[in-house]
Design a binder for this molecule. Structure first.
Ligand code: NDP
Length: 341
Protein backbone atom coordinates (compact mmCIF):
# COMPACT_ATOMS: atom_id res chain seq x y z
CA UNK A 1 0.00 0.00 0.00
CA UNK A 2 2.97 2.29 0.57
CA UNK A 3 4.10 3.73 -2.75
CA UNK A 4 7.57 4.98 -3.40
CA UNK A 5 7.78 8.64 -2.55
CA UNK A 6 5.64 8.33 0.60
CA UNK A 7 6.46 9.52 4.05
CA UNK A 8 5.10 8.11 7.33
CA UNK A 9 3.02 10.25 9.64
CA UNK A 10 1.46 9.63 13.04
CA UNK A 11 -2.31 9.78 13.50
CA UNK A 12 -1.88 13.06 15.40
CA UNK A 13 0.15 14.56 12.55
CA UNK A 14 -2.44 13.59 9.93
CA UNK A 15 -5.22 14.99 12.11
CA UNK A 16 -3.34 18.25 12.58
CA UNK A 17 -2.52 18.52 8.87
CA UNK A 18 -6.15 18.07 7.79
CA UNK A 19 -7.53 20.09 10.71
CA UNK A 20 -5.22 23.03 10.10
CA UNK A 21 -6.17 23.23 6.39
CA UNK A 22 -9.87 23.26 7.29
CA UNK A 23 -9.47 25.73 10.16
CA UNK A 24 -7.55 28.03 7.81
CA UNK A 25 -10.69 28.00 5.63
CA UNK A 26 -12.67 29.33 8.59
CA UNK A 27 -14.16 26.07 9.85
CA UNK A 28 -14.76 25.96 13.59
CA UNK A 29 -12.38 23.68 15.50
CA UNK A 30 -14.92 20.90 16.19
CA UNK A 31 -16.22 21.00 12.61
CA UNK A 32 -12.70 20.76 11.18
CA UNK A 33 -11.74 18.01 13.64
CA UNK A 34 -14.75 15.85 12.71
CA UNK A 35 -13.76 15.92 9.01
CA UNK A 36 -10.08 15.38 9.85
CA UNK A 37 -10.93 12.23 11.87
CA UNK A 38 -12.67 10.62 8.88
CA UNK A 39 -9.89 11.58 6.45
CA UNK A 40 -7.26 10.25 8.86
CA UNK A 41 -9.14 6.95 9.35
CA UNK A 42 -9.44 6.41 5.59
CA UNK A 43 -5.77 7.28 4.99
CA UNK A 44 -4.69 5.00 7.87
CA UNK A 45 -6.77 2.07 6.54
CA UNK A 46 -5.53 2.44 2.97
CA UNK A 47 -8.97 3.57 1.73
CA UNK A 48 -7.10 6.23 -0.18
CA UNK A 49 -9.99 7.45 -2.35
CA UNK A 50 -11.54 8.88 0.84
CA UNK A 51 -8.30 9.83 2.59
CA UNK A 52 -6.23 13.01 2.43
CA UNK A 53 -6.65 13.25 -1.33
CA UNK A 54 -10.18 14.51 -0.60
CA UNK A 55 -8.77 17.53 1.23
CA UNK A 56 -8.12 19.76 -1.83
CA UNK A 57 -11.68 19.11 -3.05
CA UNK A 58 -13.16 20.27 0.26
CA UNK A 59 -12.30 23.82 -0.82
CA UNK A 60 -14.89 23.59 -3.62
CA UNK A 61 -17.47 22.48 -1.09
CA UNK A 62 -16.52 25.21 1.39
CA UNK A 63 -16.92 27.67 -1.50
CA UNK A 64 -20.58 26.67 -2.07
CA UNK A 65 -22.73 29.75 -1.33
CA UNK A 66 -24.82 27.81 1.21
CA UNK A 67 -21.89 26.16 3.02
CA UNK A 68 -21.82 26.89 6.75
CA UNK A 69 -18.32 26.97 8.25
CA UNK A 70 -19.50 27.13 11.84
CA UNK A 71 -22.55 24.87 12.27
CA UNK A 72 -23.75 23.84 15.69
CA UNK A 73 -25.78 20.67 14.99
CA UNK A 74 -27.96 19.57 17.90
CA UNK A 75 -29.62 16.16 18.23
CA UNK A 76 -33.40 16.35 18.53
CA UNK A 77 -35.67 13.53 19.74
CA UNK A 78 -38.32 12.89 17.07
CA UNK A 79 -39.72 9.84 18.89
CA UNK A 80 -38.34 7.47 21.51
CA UNK A 81 -36.59 5.55 18.69
CA UNK A 82 -35.73 8.35 16.26
CA UNK A 83 -33.15 11.11 16.54
CA UNK A 84 -32.70 13.85 13.97
CA UNK A 85 -29.69 16.16 13.60
CA UNK A 86 -29.63 19.07 11.19
CA UNK A 87 -26.09 19.47 9.85
CA UNK A 88 -26.97 23.11 9.07
CA UNK A 89 -25.18 22.98 5.71
CA UNK A 90 -21.83 22.10 7.19
CA UNK A 91 -20.05 18.81 6.53
CA UNK A 92 -22.21 15.93 7.72
CA UNK A 93 -19.46 14.41 9.92
CA UNK A 94 -20.01 16.73 12.89
CA UNK A 95 -23.77 16.16 12.89
CA UNK A 96 -23.27 12.39 12.68
CA UNK A 97 -20.77 12.43 15.55
CA UNK A 98 -23.13 14.46 17.72
CA UNK A 99 -26.09 12.18 16.95
CA UNK A 100 -24.34 8.87 17.58
CA UNK A 101 -24.58 8.76 21.40
CA UNK A 102 -28.36 9.17 21.19
CA UNK A 103 -28.68 6.51 18.45
CA UNK A 104 -26.62 4.03 20.44
CA UNK A 105 -28.47 4.64 23.69
CA UNK A 106 -31.87 4.28 21.98
CA UNK A 107 -30.91 1.09 20.14
CA UNK A 108 -29.58 -0.46 23.34
CA UNK A 109 -32.82 0.36 25.14
CA UNK A 110 -35.41 -0.19 22.39
CA UNK A 111 -33.66 -2.79 20.22
CA UNK A 112 -33.74 -0.61 17.13
CA UNK A 113 -33.19 3.10 16.50
CA UNK A 114 -32.84 5.60 13.67
CA UNK A 115 -30.54 8.58 13.26
CA UNK A 116 -31.54 10.96 10.46
CA UNK A 117 -28.97 13.57 9.50
CA UNK A 118 -30.25 16.38 7.28
CA UNK A 119 -28.66 19.06 5.12
CA UNK A 120 -25.07 17.87 5.28
CA UNK A 121 -22.39 18.20 2.63
CA UNK A 122 -21.13 14.66 2.37
CA UNK A 123 -18.06 13.25 0.69
CA UNK A 124 -16.85 10.65 3.15
CA UNK A 125 -16.73 6.90 3.40
CA UNK A 126 -19.52 5.41 5.54
CA UNK A 127 -17.60 2.60 7.22
CA UNK A 128 -16.01 4.62 10.08
CA UNK A 129 -19.47 5.33 11.49
CA UNK A 130 -20.99 1.85 11.17
CA UNK A 131 -17.78 0.39 12.57
CA UNK A 132 -18.01 2.72 15.58
CA UNK A 133 -21.62 1.63 16.19
CA UNK A 134 -20.57 -2.04 16.01
CA UNK A 135 -17.81 -1.26 18.52
CA UNK A 136 -20.67 -0.31 20.85
CA UNK A 137 -22.11 -3.83 20.42
CA UNK A 138 -24.79 -2.99 17.83
CA UNK A 139 -25.41 -3.89 14.20
CA UNK A 140 -25.64 -0.85 11.92
CA UNK A 141 -26.72 0.19 8.44
CA UNK A 142 -25.97 3.52 6.79
CA UNK A 143 -26.91 4.96 3.40
CA UNK A 144 -27.18 8.24 1.52
CA UNK A 145 -28.04 9.63 -1.91
CA UNK A 146 -25.44 11.72 -3.77
CA UNK A 147 -25.81 13.51 -7.16
CA UNK A 148 -27.88 12.11 -10.06
CA UNK A 149 -24.93 10.73 -12.02
CA UNK A 150 -26.42 7.23 -12.44
CA UNK A 151 -29.03 5.99 -14.94
CA UNK A 152 -31.54 3.46 -13.62
CA UNK A 153 -31.27 -0.02 -15.14
CA UNK A 154 -32.99 0.16 -18.55
CA UNK A 155 -32.80 3.97 -18.57
CA UNK A 156 -30.50 6.36 -20.38
CA UNK A 157 -29.93 9.44 -18.19
CA UNK A 158 -28.67 10.25 -14.70
CA UNK A 159 -31.43 9.98 -12.11
CA UNK A 160 -30.02 8.03 -9.15
CA UNK A 161 -26.94 8.73 -7.05
CA UNK A 162 -23.86 6.59 -6.54
CA UNK A 163 -25.66 5.84 -3.26
CA UNK A 164 -23.33 4.00 -0.86
CA UNK A 165 -24.59 1.33 1.53
CA UNK A 166 -22.66 0.24 4.61
CA UNK A 167 -23.32 -2.47 7.18
CA UNK A 168 -21.51 -3.52 10.36
CA UNK A 169 -21.96 -6.42 12.76
CA UNK A 170 -20.23 -6.60 16.16
CA UNK A 171 -17.90 -9.52 16.94
CA UNK A 172 -16.95 -10.41 20.52
CA UNK A 173 -13.30 -11.34 19.83
CA UNK A 174 -12.58 -9.72 16.48
CA UNK A 175 -13.00 -6.42 14.69
CA UNK A 176 -16.57 -5.93 13.40
CA UNK A 177 -17.73 -7.39 10.09
CA UNK A 178 -18.07 -4.29 7.86
CA UNK A 179 -18.88 -3.72 4.23
CA UNK A 180 -19.29 -0.36 2.53
CA UNK A 181 -19.65 0.28 -1.18
CA UNK A 182 -21.37 2.45 -3.76
CA UNK A 183 -24.25 0.91 -5.70
CA UNK A 184 -22.59 1.71 -9.04
CA UNK A 185 -20.61 -0.67 -11.28
CA UNK A 186 -17.51 1.45 -10.59
CA UNK A 187 -16.59 4.47 -8.53
CA UNK A 188 -16.72 7.83 -10.32
CA UNK A 189 -13.09 8.39 -9.31
CA UNK A 190 -12.11 5.12 -11.06
CA UNK A 191 -13.76 6.26 -14.27
CA UNK A 192 -11.94 9.60 -14.02
CA UNK A 193 -8.63 7.77 -13.45
CA UNK A 194 -9.19 5.73 -16.64
CA UNK A 195 -9.85 8.94 -18.54
CA UNK A 196 -6.67 10.49 -17.18
CA UNK A 197 -4.63 7.41 -18.14
CA UNK A 198 -6.17 7.34 -21.64
CA UNK A 199 -7.65 3.87 -21.05
CA UNK A 200 -11.11 2.52 -21.91
CA UNK A 201 -13.29 1.10 -19.12
CA UNK A 202 -14.97 -2.34 -19.04
CA UNK A 203 -18.43 -2.67 -20.58
CA UNK A 204 -21.29 -2.06 -18.21
CA UNK A 205 -19.81 0.93 -16.39
CA UNK A 206 -21.82 3.61 -18.16
CA UNK A 207 -23.60 5.31 -21.05
CA UNK A 208 -22.67 8.20 -23.33
CA UNK A 209 -24.76 11.43 -23.36
CA UNK A 210 -27.08 9.85 -25.97
CA UNK A 211 -27.77 6.90 -23.67
CA UNK A 212 -25.68 4.39 -25.65
CA UNK A 213 -23.40 1.85 -23.96
CA UNK A 214 -19.77 2.95 -24.15
CA UNK A 215 -16.32 2.07 -22.84
CA UNK A 216 -15.09 5.68 -23.22
CA UNK A 217 -14.64 7.11 -19.71
CA UNK A 218 -14.99 10.73 -20.88
CA UNK A 219 -18.32 9.89 -22.54
CA UNK A 220 -19.56 8.23 -19.32
CA UNK A 221 -18.57 11.21 -17.18
CA UNK A 222 -20.51 13.45 -19.56
CA UNK A 223 -23.35 10.88 -19.81
CA UNK A 224 -24.40 8.50 -17.05
CA UNK A 225 -22.87 5.84 -14.81
CA UNK A 226 -24.64 2.50 -14.37
CA UNK A 227 -25.61 0.65 -11.18
CA UNK A 228 -23.87 -2.64 -10.34
CA UNK A 229 -25.84 -5.85 -10.96
CA UNK A 230 -28.34 -4.38 -13.44
CA UNK A 231 -31.85 -4.15 -12.01
CA UNK A 232 -30.66 -5.34 -8.56
CA UNK A 233 -28.22 -2.47 -7.97
CA UNK A 234 -30.74 -0.08 -9.52
CA UNK A 235 -33.38 -1.17 -7.00
CA UNK A 236 -30.97 -0.86 -4.07
CA UNK A 237 -29.98 2.64 -5.20
CA UNK A 238 -33.67 3.53 -5.48
CA UNK A 239 -34.33 2.27 -1.95
CA UNK A 240 -31.49 4.51 -0.74
CA UNK A 241 -32.96 7.52 -2.60
CA UNK A 242 -36.29 6.94 -0.85
CA UNK A 243 -35.09 6.04 2.64
CA UNK A 244 -32.35 8.68 2.95
CA UNK A 245 -34.36 11.21 0.91
CA UNK A 246 -38.12 11.68 1.31
CA UNK A 247 -38.33 9.29 4.29
CA UNK A 248 -36.20 11.68 6.34
CA UNK A 249 -37.50 14.85 4.59
CA UNK A 250 -34.35 15.44 2.58
CA UNK A 251 -33.13 15.67 -1.04
CA UNK A 252 -33.13 13.05 -3.76
CA UNK A 253 -29.89 12.88 -5.76
CA UNK A 254 -31.53 14.90 -8.52
CA UNK A 255 -32.40 17.64 -6.04
CA UNK A 256 -28.87 17.55 -4.61
CA UNK A 257 -27.51 18.11 -8.13
CA UNK A 258 -29.89 21.08 -8.61
CA UNK A 259 -28.84 22.47 -5.23
CA UNK A 260 -25.20 22.32 -6.35
CA UNK A 261 -25.99 24.60 -9.31
CA UNK A 262 -22.58 24.03 -10.87
CA UNK A 263 -20.56 24.80 -7.72
CA UNK A 264 -18.84 21.36 -7.95
CA UNK A 265 -19.30 20.97 -4.20
CA UNK A 266 -19.81 17.60 -2.53
CA UNK A 267 -23.45 16.45 -2.68
CA UNK A 268 -25.67 17.99 0.01
CA UNK A 269 -28.42 15.71 1.32
CA UNK A 270 -29.52 13.46 4.15
CA UNK A 271 -28.02 10.33 5.66
CA UNK A 272 -29.96 7.51 7.30
CA UNK A 273 -28.25 5.48 10.02
CA UNK A 274 -29.98 2.52 11.66
CA UNK A 275 -28.80 0.61 14.72
CA UNK A 276 -30.03 -2.77 15.97
CA UNK A 277 -29.32 -4.60 19.20
CA UNK A 278 -28.43 -8.25 18.57
CA UNK A 279 -29.00 -8.82 22.31
CA UNK A 280 -32.63 -7.65 22.31
CA UNK A 281 -33.66 -8.82 18.85
CA UNK A 282 -31.53 -11.96 18.63
CA UNK A 283 -31.86 -15.17 20.61
CA UNK A 284 -29.26 -14.09 23.13
CA UNK A 285 -26.93 -16.28 21.17
CA UNK A 286 -26.91 -14.11 18.07
CA UNK A 287 -23.25 -13.15 18.26
CA UNK A 288 -22.12 -16.78 18.63
CA UNK A 289 -24.32 -17.87 15.72
CA UNK A 290 -22.72 -15.15 13.65
CA UNK A 291 -19.25 -16.44 14.53
CA UNK A 292 -20.24 -19.85 13.07
CA UNK A 293 -21.06 -18.09 9.81
CA UNK A 294 -17.77 -16.18 9.77
CA UNK A 295 -15.89 -19.43 10.56
CA UNK A 296 -17.41 -20.83 7.35
CA UNK A 297 -15.65 -18.07 5.40
CA UNK A 298 -12.33 -18.88 7.06
CA UNK A 299 -12.72 -22.60 6.26
CA UNK A 300 -12.90 -21.68 2.58
CA UNK A 301 -10.17 -19.04 2.74
CA UNK A 302 -12.81 -16.52 1.60
CA UNK A 303 -11.98 -13.08 2.89
CA UNK A 304 -14.43 -10.97 4.83
CA UNK A 305 -15.01 -7.37 3.78
CA UNK A 306 -13.12 -5.19 6.23
CA UNK A 307 -10.18 -7.62 6.56
CA UNK A 308 -7.98 -5.72 4.11
CA UNK A 309 -8.64 -2.46 5.99
CA UNK A 310 -7.89 -3.99 9.37
CA UNK A 311 -4.62 -5.43 8.07
CA UNK A 312 -3.66 -2.06 6.63
CA UNK A 313 -4.64 -0.37 9.91
CA UNK A 314 -2.32 -2.67 11.84
CA UNK A 315 0.54 -1.82 9.46
CA UNK A 316 -0.15 1.90 9.80
CA UNK A 317 -0.22 1.60 13.58
CA UNK A 318 3.13 -0.19 13.49
CA UNK A 319 4.94 1.83 10.82
CA UNK A 320 3.03 5.11 10.62
CA UNK A 321 0.46 6.28 8.06
CA UNK A 322 1.79 6.46 4.50
CA UNK A 323 1.15 9.76 2.72
CA UNK A 324 2.53 10.43 -0.75
CA UNK A 325 4.97 13.33 -0.83
CA UNK A 326 3.27 14.64 -3.94
CA UNK A 327 -0.11 14.79 -2.17
CA UNK A 328 1.48 16.37 0.87
CA UNK A 329 2.98 19.10 -1.32
CA UNK A 330 -0.39 19.64 -3.03
CA UNK A 331 -2.01 20.08 0.37
CA UNK A 332 0.71 22.48 1.57
CA UNK A 333 0.27 24.49 -1.65
CA UNK A 334 -3.50 24.90 -1.17
CA UNK A 335 -4.53 28.54 -1.42
CA UNK A 336 -5.50 30.34 1.76
CA UNK A 337 -9.17 30.96 2.51
CA UNK A 338 -11.09 32.98 0.00
CA UNK A 339 -8.63 32.85 -2.91
CA UNK A 340 -9.34 29.37 -4.34
CA UNK A 341 -11.58 30.76 -7.03
P1 NDP B 1 -15.52 -1.22 -3.41
O1 NDP B 1 -16.18 -1.71 -4.64
O2 NDP B 1 -14.04 -1.01 -3.41
O3 NDP B 1 -15.93 -2.19 -2.21
C1 NDP B 1 -15.49 -1.90 -0.95
C2 NDP B 1 -16.07 -2.88 0.06
O4 NDP B 1 -15.98 -4.22 -0.41
C3 NDP B 1 -15.23 -2.82 1.31
O5 NDP B 1 -16.04 -3.13 2.40
C4 NDP B 1 -14.17 -3.90 1.00
O6 NDP B 1 -13.54 -4.37 2.17
C5 NDP B 1 -15.03 -4.95 0.36
N1 NDP B 1 -14.28 -5.81 -0.55
C6 NDP B 1 -13.56 -5.40 -1.62
N2 NDP B 1 -13.02 -6.47 -2.25
C7 NDP B 1 -13.42 -7.56 -1.55
C8 NDP B 1 -13.17 -8.97 -1.70
N3 NDP B 1 -12.44 -9.44 -2.69
N4 NDP B 1 -13.74 -9.80 -0.80
C9 NDP B 1 -14.50 -9.32 0.21
N5 NDP B 1 -14.76 -8.02 0.39
C10 NDP B 1 -14.23 -7.14 -0.48
O7 NDP B 1 -16.18 0.15 -2.89
P2 NDP B 1 -16.64 1.42 -3.69
O8 NDP B 1 -15.55 1.85 -4.61
O9 NDP B 1 -17.99 1.19 -4.24
O10 NDP B 1 -16.78 2.47 -2.48
C11 NDP B 1 -15.61 2.89 -1.80
C12 NDP B 1 -15.98 3.90 -0.75
O11 NDP B 1 -16.59 5.01 -1.35
C13 NDP B 1 -16.95 3.43 0.34
O12 NDP B 1 -16.32 3.64 1.58
C14 NDP B 1 -18.18 4.32 0.19
O13 NDP B 1 -18.78 4.72 1.41
C15 NDP B 1 -17.56 5.52 -0.47
N6 NDP B 1 -18.58 6.29 -1.20
C16 NDP B 1 -19.12 7.35 -0.56
C17 NDP B 1 -20.07 8.11 -1.17
C18 NDP B 1 -20.69 9.25 -0.43
O14 NDP B 1 -21.75 9.70 -0.81
N7 NDP B 1 -20.13 9.75 0.62
C19 NDP B 1 -20.52 7.81 -2.54
C20 NDP B 1 -19.93 6.62 -3.10
C21 NDP B 1 -18.97 5.90 -2.44
P3 NDP B 1 -12.05 -3.76 2.51
O15 NDP B 1 -12.30 -2.33 2.90
O16 NDP B 1 -11.54 -4.60 3.62
O17 NDP B 1 -11.26 -3.87 1.26
Amino acid sequence: MVEDGSIRMTEAEVLELAGSVLRAQGLSADHAASVARILMAAQRDGSLSHGLQRLPGTLDTIGHPRFNRTPDPRPEDVTAAITRVDAQYGFSCLAVERGLPSLIEKARTLGVAILAVNNGFHSTALWPVVEAIADAGLAAVSMNPTHSWVAPSGGSKGLLGTNPLAFAWPRPHARPYVFDFATTAAARADIAMHRQAGRTVPEGWGLDPDGNATTDPAAILAGAMLPFGGHKGSALATMIELMAGPFIADRLSRQSMQFDAGAKAAPCHGELILAFSPVIMGSGNALNEAEDLFAGFAEQDARLPGDRRYRQRALSERDGIAVSKQLLQRIRDLPPAGVQD
